[in-house]
Design a protein around this ligand. Structure first.
Ligand SMILES: *[C@@H]1O[C@H](CO)[C@@H](O)[C@H](O)[C@H]1NC(C)=O
Ligand SMILES: *[C@@H]1O[C@H](CO)[C@@H](O)[C@H](O)[C@H]1NC(C)=O
Ligand SMILES: *[C@@H]1O[C@H](CO)[C@@H](O)[C@H](O)[C@H]1NC(C)=O
Ligand SMILES: *[C@@H]1O[C@H](CO)[C@@H](O)[C@H](O)[C@H]1NC(C)=O
Length: 315
């Protein structure tokens, strides 16, 4: 435990070098506290990544562009990569309340919700800040979770609640006006953490015939084991982690945080060596990463198909 705490205190130093990859020091990997791994990772092809993760990744990338350019669907490369999109609504801002947008994707008649993230330095201070501990999930929003002992990251829940009501109203109106049969919720970094809560909220509200999927990139842990189990049984989250990105390893398990299952891990920078990791917090994937090898550039990308997050590609 002491070792992990002192390792975490090294993170700010790693963060001050955002443009260069930190080099792995040949120390033994720190042992994490619990392991509920359900088996060995299996290969996940680029074909699979293209069919299940590429479009959510492209929408999550758009969420970093300016609100006005998203409204006009004129944000440069990230918008050009997505054809036949109808913008419906946005909320939040690009300051304290992170932006989200809702769009209709004609390709598969889906409503897409994408949450903006935050820069890598902010996400690590948000997740590691002592004042943001685990607090009870808002049971008035998720009545079916009463008595389940679910706790979530205080800061993520407060941020989620700031736009939740307007976002949900926009999604319901979007389904009604387009006849969409799917809702796709996506985000990177803080945006991925918000996407898990948004997905759970939408799943509760829509007709069961509407399929809801949640995809995240560079997802930090967002709650305790009961929250992870709730996401696994009721929502189903797929999240992609890239090599030595430290964000999926925080907040640490010894503080009571647990990932849901559904990790897809990028093993190296070849662009094709990707694995599916069974179970929650599989130590053969990012949970087993050494913080000594942490790479902030890996948080941003490229993930696969040259997908990189952050505003730099927006026009
Ligand atoms: C995946 O999609 C990218 C971008 O559309 C494309 O360049 C690549 O050939 C695709 N790869 C496979 C294996 O489908
Ligand atoms: C856009 O939508 C139109 C009409 O539904 C369709 O004909 C066209 O193939 C779509 N284009 C793309 C790139 O999906
Ligand atoms: C809890 O959720 C309800 C909606 O069900 C909302 O009105 C309320 O503001 C939320 N509470 C907090 C503390 O965010
Ligand atoms: C990858 O994306 C970057 C922008 O993020 C761009 O500058 C570069 O040309 C792209 N590379 C390829 C091979 O498409």
């Amino acid at each position: 435990m002491l070792t992990l705490i002192s390792l975490l205190s090294l993170l700010p130093a790693a963060l001050s070098l955002p443009l260069s990859k930190t080099v792995a020091i040949s120390n033994p990997q720190p042992k994490t506290v619990s392991n509920r791994a359900a088996g060995d990772p299996t290969p996940f092809s680029l074909t699979d990544a293209n069919s299940t993760l590429l479009r959510p990744a492209q929408f999550a990338r758009v969420a970093y562009c300016s609100s006005a350019s998203i409204t006009a669907w004129d944000c440069g490369g990230p918008c050009d990569a997505l054809k036949n999109i109808t913008f419906l609504q946005s909320g939040g801002d690009q300051g304290k309340i992170p932006l989200y947008f809702i769009a209709h994707d004609a390709q598969d008649n889906s409503i897409v919700v994408a949450h903006e993230g935050t820069d890598a330095k902010n996400i690590l201070s948000i997740v590691n800040d002592a004042e943001f501990g685990l607090v009870p999930l808002n049971v008035s929003r998720f009545p079916e979770t009463a008595g389940k002992g679910i706790t979530v990251h205080d800061g993520f829940q407060q941020t989620f609640e700031r736009t939740a009501d307007g976002l949900l109203a926009g999604v319901m109106a979007g389904i009604a006006s387009t006849g969409a049969t799917k809702v796709v919720v996506t985000g990177h970094s803080l945006g991925a953490a918000l996407a898990t809560m948004t997905g759970a909220m939408i799943k509760d509200a829509v007709d069961p015939s509407v399929a809801v999927s949640v995809t995240g990139f560079g997802l930090p842990r967002g709650g305790n084991a009961a929250w992870a189990d709730f996401l696994d049984s009721g929502v189903g989250v797929t999240y992609m982690s890239n090599q030595q990105d430290p964000v999926p390893t925080v907040p640490p398990q010894f503080l009571g945080f647990q990932h849901s299952s559904g990790e897809i891990h990028i093993v190296d920078d070849s662009g094709t060596n990707i694995v599916a990791c069974p179970g929650q917090d599989n130590e053969a994937c990012s949970t087993g990463n050494s913080l000594l090898a942490a790479s902030i550039p890996d948080h941003l990308g490229p993930y696969f198909d040259n997908i990189t997050f952050g505003g730099s590609q927006c026009s």
